[in-house]
Design a protein around this ligand. Sequence first.
Ligand code: NAD
Length: 260
Amino acid sequence: ILKGKSAVVTGSTSGIGLACARALAAAGANIVLNGMGVPADVEKERSAIESEFAVKAIYSSADMAKPNEIFDLIALGENTFGSVDILVNNAGIQHVSPIEEFPAEKWDAVIAINLSAAFHAIRAAVPGMKRRSWGRIITTASAHSLVASPFKSAYVAAKHGIAGLTKAVALELARSKITCNCISPGYVWTPLVEKQIPNTMVARKLRRDEVISDVLLAAQPTKEFVTAEQVASLALFLCSADAAQITGANLAIDGGWTAA
Ligand code: NAD
């Protein structure tokens, strides 16, 4: 369904972003991969996408904390493939700390990468989408765009910001055949989740298994992690013609977390 289209997926060297890139490629889209990672590992993922799905895939190491690099990332997609039809704002980081000890530079980094990067990327991609009268903007928000948890002030603020940005942009683009939505997963088993276990153990004085059952999956009524592939399937659906009237939405995929 996406043959001839191209997609920029930020933070797609691992986890949810990589799953989204692969799902969009499987549907025929050319892909711009982005994110940190060991060059050899990134190259393996890039060439696997090309060979498995018979599309073109390129990689950019653009830093989502730097507005000029975000602008260049969108330009790279447009110059290489002729268009950026789909933008998936997915890059994200986490920092877990009590508010009174929260390092100011961590706050700035979380807001830059998890919130401002989406603004800069959307701003750069919209003119081309408007010219072609078609576009899909999807941002990976989080259950933390709807509810909060202690010790995650910057992340919760950034993700709530994404929900608001999504609504404002959707309204602005409502007559342009460009939809703008965010997806709000509960806990997905990825490196991002794994990496926050040690800090949470310290912050809450818990063992590793207690963090998993009592903190991570405590809020998720199904007691199962979401998979990255399930998030990617929803992103792919949002790119379909059937999803043309879904815009400004914040779609939860959280095992019932935000129903409670
Ligand atoms: P991950 O750590 O596996 O992937 C994060 C990606 O972002 C990686 O590709 C990484 O290289 C990239 N990235 C980080 N900083 C970057 C920067 N400065 N510039 C460019 N790329 C950068 O994590 P994930 O769990 O797949 O997270 C992806 C998104 O999903 C994030 O926005 C996260 O907040 C969100 N999310 C994750 C979960 C979860 O449980 N894993 C739940 C809800 C929302």
